[in-house]
Design a protein around this ligand. Sequence first.
Ligand code: SF4
Length: 418
Amino acid sequence: MTPRKITRQVIVGDDRVGRVRIGGGAPVVVQTMNAGYTHDIDACVAEINRYAKAGADIVRVAVPERKDTEALKEVMRQVNVPVVADVHFHYQRALEAVEAGVHKIRLNPGNISDRDQVNMVIDACKERGIPIRIGVNEGSIIERRDKARRAEELGKFFAGHKSGHLLALMIAKLEEYLDIFAERDFHDVCISAKSMDAALVIDIYTEISKRFDYPLHLGVTHAGTRDSGCIRSISALSTLLANGIGDTVRISYASDHIDEVKDAIEMLCCLGMRERKGVELIACPTCGRIQVDLFTLVKEVEKVLMPELELPVKVAVMGCIVNGPGEAEGADVAVFAGDRRGIIYVQGQKVANVTEDEILPRLLQECKAFEAKVKAGEARLGEKLVEIKPPDPIGELGSGAAKIAAGQVAQVSVGQTG
Ligand code: SF4
């Protein structure tokens, strides 16, 4: 992991909903966007608060019409998380949103380009201390009203280096726009430059990170459903974050946006950039050695444990003892399955050898007991008390099922066990 680039910092929010810091070394912020209409006040508030409850730090709403910015004032009164107004085409919507008390504005240089209009928005935001995200998108960077020109531009894009022409266009647009902001001495700015092409997203953000010190809002736009969009988004965003680039993220799915929040948080936890809340599940993919229905077991373990545990207890569900001990050594609670049985370990210490149908309730019992101990200060997360040593040999490429059933998996003490 490359250390994060320290960018300028912007602050989004107020006394009532709290202030979220973006950039300047602050933890990476998770954003999402409402799918519903902003003018439908009750639904809009419910949607924002639902995302906030799932862990979104900031939620964006669309304000295409006057009725949306009119509703925004009431929405702002009822939400409990900072809100961004997403403005396209009509600079007046930005002014109205500022007036309504929104916490941040997003402008698209591809469709609001009149200098005087941009200046009016900058001045209004400056007066209220509201940051602006300058968000260029691949889809709107080329003049849409001039179809012939768009075709020509895209033709050049596809003919040459895969990302070269578009990359240059997006950067040029950003530079041109940022000049307007610099002239007004307005630096309360975030930048985004999104594409649906994950490789292009990596190229663009890598380039703009070198050129600007404003905080970067990462995203892959029009990523698709969660099934296809997850890989597309995470491959780009996690690469950038691992390279020290990015201050806030939005994953975009053409499905329930709650999954955008969940997946963004999981990505940050996996990269060690956010502390996990709740159980962390490790499971083997299974293979020809498996002798229990592990897929069903893992699903049930996830379903049962997730709502029951508050602390980030690491739980391993392993199909056998071939790789199980090694994989589970870092786990707080582990089960290795054998021939229709499972042996359960707590921090490496064997606590039970149960039949397949007893695995789930016993695992839950042990996890809850372990969590209670941690809460009482009698145990610590991630502490290995005992090494698990598989019998040697475990049986010529076999599953070791008989050894597991006989309870012959050994332990080696590495510290205090009591
Ligand atoms: S833990 Fe055992 S069953 Fe699971 S994948 Fe590894 S060898 Fe196969």
